[in-house]
Design a protein. Structure first.
Length: 392
């Protein structure tokens, strides 16, 4: 290292820091200032989940019975694992805090389901067709009420995270990750209901259950993830220039594609296989391509910000390539593993990525409070980890 100064800001905003890095407390102490607000968010979320369980569990039991509930729970773990596995892949570049992912999953599985259950009668009373026969009412529920109410209930989790945990909502990839996680929770509970009800349906229930499981659990586990993920992506773009008003506008705008995708899915009816092949599969392919491009954009952003620190002497250009490119990370991890220091290298990559995003938030005028201290702590930790990795 040839300098002890952080790079100057990329635009005429208050300078992030020009302090010497001396005896700096480790990052876990620096981040403690953020814990009370996050703790309050998680505590409030926990209370809502407990309250929601008082409604959701009796509702599931009444519709499936004890046997159906147990079978539905076990089978629903399969699509849940598939979606959460995909979330882990998408979230690999800049992992979100596990506690916030748990919040998102629990919101979807319990709070959003409870909200939907409570709001549905009010929605029907206000907007439902008058004197409709049961068939028309089912169509209305599936194609109008469910898309609007369910996507709004799920999306509220994203709005809360955007407003209350903006430090961890940096861009569209984060929005997709949170959106998919909320959707995974919601689909999990919904699948328990569908699978459990099919199991408890009497004669022919086994065949019905098999068909239901194949359609929902194997062919289309990502349906809800696509709906709510689109909302998350819109809000993630807004998060790059954060302010509360913009977040609320993005929430409303992002609900439009989420509701339309949900409506299209639920409207397929007897034409499900045709719609699935002609519309949903191409949309899923487009979603994969979109996430890939967003991940590439995140990698370029990380490289750009770390290159600024390299220009100030904190990293070498070779280290920037190792820390901010997929190929470099793989090579670095392989090399560190050969020295028995893979864990330390993973921590080095994580800290460098957090440093890049901390600077990005400051450059874009967000999260300036405590930025200097956080930057110094991350630089200090990066230096410590580097020394540990290269030590004989």
């Amino acid at each position: 290292m040839t300098s002890h100064h952080a790079p100057p800001p990329a635009d005429p905003r208050p300078e992030p820091t020009r302090h010497q890095v001396g005896a700096v407390p480790p990052p876990q102490l620096i981040h403690r200032a953020h814990v009370p607000g996050l703790t309050a968010l998680l505590l409030a979320g926990g209370i809502l989940v407990l309250a929601g369980l008082l409604l959701v569990i009796p509702f599931l039991f009444a519709n499936t019975g004890s046997g159906g509930l147990a079978v539905g729970f076990v089978l629903s773990l399969v699509p849940l694992a598939i979606v959460l596995g995909a979330v882990a892949v998408v979230d690999r570049w800049e992992p979100e805090p596990k506690r916030l992912l748990v919040f998102a999953l629990a919101w979807g599985a319990v709070v959003a389901v409870a909200t939907t259950t409570l709001v549905q009668p009010l929605f029907l009373q206000t907007f439902g067709p008058r004197d409709a026969d049961p068939g028309d009412m089912r169509v209305f529920l599936a194609t109008v009420e469910a898309p609007f109410v369910e996507e709004t209930a799920k999306g509220l989790a994203l709005l809360i995270l955007f407003l209350a945990a903006r430090k961890y909502f940096d861009g569209p990839v984060d929005g997709v990750v949170y959106g998919m996680t909320v959707a995974a929770g919601f689909a999990f509970t919904e699948n328990i209901l569908y699978f459990g009800r099919a199991y408890a349906g009497g004669p022919g229930s086994t065949e019905t259950l098999v068909v239901m499981f194949m359609l929902r659990g194997i062919f289309s586990p990502f349906a809800h993830a696509m709906f709510t993920g689109s909302l998350g992506a819109v809000m993630g773009f807004a998060a790059r220039r954060w302010n509360a008003g913009l977040g609320i506008v993005a929430f409303v705008v992002g609900l439009v594609p989420a509701i339309l995708l949900h409506h299209l899915w639920n409207s397929s009816g007897d034409q499900f296989l045709i719609v699935y092949a002609a519309v949903e599969v191409p949309l899923f392919g487009a979603a994969i391509a979109g996430v890939y491009l967003l991940r590439r954009a995140d990698a370029r952003l990380t490289h750009r910000r770390l290159a600024e620190y390299a220009a100030a002497g904190w990293f070498t250009p070779l280290e920037v390539d190792m820390l901010a490119t997929p190929r470099g990370r793989k090579a670095g991890l392989r090399w560190a593993a050969s020295r028995g220091r893979r864990i330390e290298m993973r921590a080095f990559i994580r800290v460098a990525t957090e440093l890049a995003y901390t600077r990005q938030r400051a450059v874009s005028g967000r999260d300036l409070v405590g930025y200097v201290q956080a930057e110094e702590g991350l630089l200090h930790e990066a230096g410590r980890l580097r020394s540990t990795i290269v030590a004989p």
